[in-house]
Design a protein around this ligand. Structure first.
Ligand code: NCD
Length: 312
């Protein structure tokens, strides 16, 4: 592996290796002293053209636990604000001797554009509505560990599919591992090419959730939405919101995921988000697993030395 741009172009074997490596790194981040020398002397630079809390911080955490330098570019305060092009920006970071660039951009394909011009690894941390491969991997690790395997599970991805890079990375990653994936949402938020993906499409929540093992709930991404796709948030919430009531359609041990940030009371009710009343909410586990899989990705792309669990 040279870059991580999409799960669509990552093989089942590569995904399997990253998930196993991620599981090995979970032990490292749970130690009282979270530090191994694996990437000592290397530098990762994050370049985020869109907002982020979880993804950017967990990449930084992942690099630091492995003793790499983690440098964050604040795009609004950088020369991007003076009109510097993406090409010149990434070439500058390479000339500064970065060993890896982790990039988020509002334009689908921007990380691929960068990867074609650089001799160092590029990780896509979310590009427009295209893919978010490390989110796909952390969702897969979370599901795999909670359900003791992936093959044969039924997973429903619910909500604003059109604008979601999380949905696309989940579809490609999960189906490669033998999971049956359903896309569930109003027709106005279902991409025109949904029928070309290896999934079943539902525009009714009850039918879409029927017997599923896992529900992955998506945020309504209003920042990427044209007006007029939804009558009201209240109606959306009534028809497609994931609540204790709507989870009754799913398997009784259903696991609920949400990539965050959550709109409580819109796509997910507060009690489901918080795992109240015995509901299996994986939201916090997903965040911790995000550090572990990002360690696995950086270790693989930046050429980590020693075994993942090398003592500090
Ligand atoms: C997601 C993203 O940015 O695509 N968030 C994340 O990385 N955890 C999902 C979202 O913004 O809704």
């Amino acid at each position: 592996m040279k870059h991580l741009l999409t799960l669509r172009d990552t093989s089942a074997e590569e995904i399997q290796n990253l998930l196993e490596l991620g599981a090995a790194f979970q032990e490292v981040i749970n130690r009282p002293v979270k530090k191994v020398p694996t990437l000592r002397g290397k530098a990762m630079i994050t370049l985020f053209y869109e907002n982020s809390t979880r993804t950017r911080t967990s990449f930084e955490m992942a690099a630091k636990v492995m003793s790499a330098e983690a440098i964050n570019i604040a795009v609004a305060q950088s020369s991007v604000a003076k009109g510097e092009s993406l090409k010149d920006t990434v070439l500058t970071l390479q000339a500064l001797k970065a060993d890896c660039i982790v990039m988020r951009h509002s334009i689908s394909g921007a990380p691929m554009f960068a990867s074609q011009r650089l001799g160092i690894p590029v990780v896509n941390a979310g590009d427009g509505r295209h893919e978010h491969p490390t989110q796909g991997l952390l969702d897969m690790l979370t599901i795999k560990q909670a359900k003791k395997g992936l093959a044969g599970l039924n997973v429903a991805i619910v909500g604003d599919i059109t604008h979601s890079r999380v949905a696309r990375s989940n579809v490609w990653g999960l189906t490669k591992m033998g999971v049956n994936v359903r896309l569930v949402g109003p027709r106005t938020l279902m991409p025109a090419d949904a029928h070309l993906m290896p999934v079943k499409v539902y525009d009714n929540l009850q039918a879409g959730l029927d017997g599923v093992d896992v529900v992955n709930v998506l945020r309504l991404q209003t920042e990427r939405m044209d007006k007029g796709l939804l009558p009201t948030l209240r109606e959306y919430s009534r028809l497609f919101g994931i609540s204790q009531k709507s989870l009754k359609f799913a398997d009784k041990d259903v696991l609920v995921l949400h990539p965050g940030p959550m709109n409580r009371g819109v796509e997910i009710s507060a009690d489901v988000a918080d795992g109240a009343f015995g509901i299996n909410s994986a939201v916090e586990t997903q965040i911790s697993n995000g550090v572990a899989v990002r360690m696995a990705v950086l270790y693989t792309l930046m050429g980590g030395s020693g075994s993942p669990s090398t003592e500090a």
